[in-house]
Design a protein around this ligand. Structure first.
Ligand SMILES: *[C@@H]1O[C@H](CO)[C@@H](O)[C@H](O)[C@H]1NC(C)=O
Ligand SMILES: [Cu+2]
Length: 244
């Protein structure tokens, strides 16, 4: 019994250290903007689990940023389709890696938020006002998650930049919340990177906003949850997405 338990613990540990992911490439209306270009990516692909930490804004901190940090600001017309691409490591796609783009155990939702920022390449990312533009959670009918759809699509997800928002410089905070170990807090694994955007055109809508940290709490039903049961619904953390 002892050996069996140790084996299970080892397997769980091995999975947890080997199965992380990084958002590392942006496509605008299908046009590739270049690998790790215009995105603040860490070298280490580990999660953030403290939802009250400043590292939940744009990662970094315990996962040091890849140097030099990209000073590209990606031009995007309001209303454009953004495709975001995730992979297990910063090396990009690896068809021989069963945990690329992310280990299948890491079930959970994906989200995307925007925040206006005076200068999209500035170091300080605290105090920004974030609004959610997209999310993909649980489909109760077949118990499939956003992460399942991400894996089926080889690490890519596509969503729209709202046509109605003000032009200017923004950070796009794109996130996976992996719930395989979320039955107690801290346990949910948050993966996020911020892409640096110059949004043009648009309109004058000023959506309701939230802060990071602050938008999530360890007691949120979407942060602390046992996913090893049939779920009739799942509440994605944070505000509802911006209605367009
Ligand atoms: C934006 O921030 C970067 C990084 O701190 C800095 O190098 C650059 O000069 C800033 N640009 C403007 C227009 O302030
Ligand atoms: Cu992981």
């Amino acid at each position: 019994m002892f050996e069996f338990t140790s084996l299970l613990a080892f397997v769980a540990f091995a999975t947890s250290v080997s199965a992380h992911t990084i958002f590392q490439e942006v496509y605008v209306n299908g046009v590739d903007q270049g690998h790790i270009n215009g995105i603040r990516v860490p070298d280490y692909d580990g999660p953030i689990t403290d939802v009250t930490s400043n590292d939940v804004i744009c990662n970094g901190g315990i996962n040091p940023y890849h140097q030099p940090i990209s000073n590209t600001i990606i031009p995007v017309a309001a209303g454009a389709q953004i495709t975001a691409e995730w992979h297990h490591t910063l090396n990009g796609a690896d068809p021989s890696d069963s945990a690329d783009p992310i280990d299948a155990s890491h079930k959970g939702p994906l989200t995307a938020y925007l925040a206006k920022i005076p200068n999209a390449t500035q170091t300080d990312v605290t105090g920004l006002k974030w609004f959610k533009i997209w999310e993909d959670g649980l489909t109760p009918s077949d118990q499939s998650w956003g992460v399942d759809r991400l894996i089926a699509n080889k690490g890519k997800v596509t969503f729209q930049i709202p046509p109605c928002i003000e032009e200017g410089q923004y950070l796009l905070r794109h996130e996976i919340i992996a719930l395989h170990a979320a039955s107690s807090y801290p346990g949910a694994q948050l993966y996020m990177e911020c892409a640096q955007l110059q949004i043009t055109g648009g309109g004058s809508t000023s959506p309701a906003t939230v802060s990071f940290p602050g938008a999530y709490s360890g007691t949120d039903p979407g942060i602390t949850i046992n996913i090893y049961q049939t779920l009739s619904s799942y509440t994605i953390p944070g505000p509802r997405r911006l209605l367009m």
